[in-house]
Design a protein around this ligand. Structure first.
Ligand code: ZN
Length: 111
């Protein structure tokens, strides 16, 4: 907080931070719609068999969607049918319920 990089041309970090800012794509939470960098979200990925899983690496193949590290957003996303929209296929409510446990565990690990 409060770091001023713009006038500090002598440092070695200036170039890095500028590029990170430009090149970091923002993701959006399916639950509350908040936009932020990927690292502040949990990625939910869809397997080839149509199952959903919590993608802790953030790099699993296939479609992915993002949630805040908050179970409330999973709930909101379920109610908004955001999963079906994000994955462009019909995601059954039971699948959403199924990842709740995994998400809960993931949140414990990430704390
Ligand atoms: Zn959210």
């Amino acid at each position: 907080m409060g770091r001023k990089a713009d006038k500090d041309s002598g440092g070695q970090t200036g170039k890095d931070s500028v590029w990170t800012e430009i090149r970091t794509p923002l993701r959006q939470c399916m639950g509350c719609g908040r936009r932020a960098e990927q690292k502040s979200f949990i990625r939910i990925a869809a397997g080839k068999d149509g199952s959903l899983f919590v993608d802790l690496t953030g790099k699993a193949g296939g479609r992915g969607a993002y949630l805040c590290k908050d179970l409330a957003c999973l709930e909101k996303a379920g109610k908004r049918h955001a999963f079906s929209r994000s994955f462009r296929s019909r995601i059954d409510e039971s699948l959403v319920a199924g990842i709740e446990k995994d998400l809960r565990e993931a949140l414990e690990i990430k704390k």
